[in-house]
Design a protein around this ligand. Structure first.
Ligand code: SF4
Ligand code: SF4
Length: 222
């Protein structure tokens, strides 16, 4: 999923300051899972902003709504009937959600309430960790299912740096050494010979450099 964290309240207040009727728009998918932009967080932020406005004597209306996914047209279209009531949308979606809403309703400013962070997984309650950089050419097979690009602090593709102590990364002892994990996993499945391969430098052209990436699936089109 895509993770995000709410921006500082002062930054949000500064961005919405010019507007009088604001829709705080939550997203029920990734950012709900990472507890930054779901229905609950949207209600809490809207309430906080209303309180702050009241304390300052500001005459603003802040209402909230959450749709299932801000990055999917079929869900964003649900705003069609209500969005006209507002002069700005404060989106608690990820960066893709903010831009999708903005593209569908170009007459209204859409302001990000979150900082979009990374592609990751929910490790435990209240703990999310990065696990994929979306490189466009997945190499997990070669590395026993552990991504050295996302999880090794030095993004090394050809074996550990040698600084790991007790399975922890030398850059940060709170992080497990990705290469220790890779070796453990490859050993477990009898595939340790794969680390004999020499992997060339990552070809980042599949991620960046060619403009925004796009997936087109004709079999999925009507
Ligand atoms: S190799 Fe690429 S696609 Fe696969 S997990 Fe790592 S960053 Fe993600
Ligand atoms: S200690 Fe392990 S995770 Fe950390 S930089 Fe070295 S190889 Fe990568």
């Amino acid at each position: 999923m895509i993770t995000g964290e709410q921006k500082p309240i002062d930054e949000i207040r500064e961005m919405i300051a010019p507007y009088k009727r604001i829709l705080a728009l939550g997203c029920g998918s990734c950012v709900a899972e990472c507890a930054s932009g779901g229905e609950k967080e949207t209600a809490m932020l809207a309430s906080l902003l209303r309180m702050a406005a009241k304390i300052k004597g500001e005459d603003v209306i802040i209402e909230e709504q959450t749709i299932d996914r801000q990055c999917v047209k079929e869900f964003v279209i649900q705003l069609d009937e209500t969005i006209g009531r507002y002069d700005a949308v404060l989106s608690l979606g990820c960066g893709a959600g903010v831009q999708a809403v903005s593209a569908m309703f170009p007459e209204i400013p859409v302001i990000p309430a979150l900082n979009t962070e990374f592609l990751g997984e929910t490790k435990d309650q209240g703990i999310w960790v990065e696990s994929c950089l979306g490189c466009g050419d997945c190499m997990l097979y070669h590395f026993g299912g552990i991504c050295p690009l996302a999880r090794c602090s030095k993004q090394i593709l050809n074996g550990p740096c040698g600084g790991s102590i007790d399975g922890k990364c030398e850059v940060n002892p709170d992080i497990e050494c990705a290469w220790q994990l890779i070796i453990d996993r490859l050993s477990k499945f009898g595939n340790l010979d794969r680390i004999e391969n020499i992997y060339p430098p990552k070809d980042w052209s599949k991620k960046q450099g060619g403009g925004p990436r796009k997936i087109v699936r004709e079999d999925q089109q009507k």
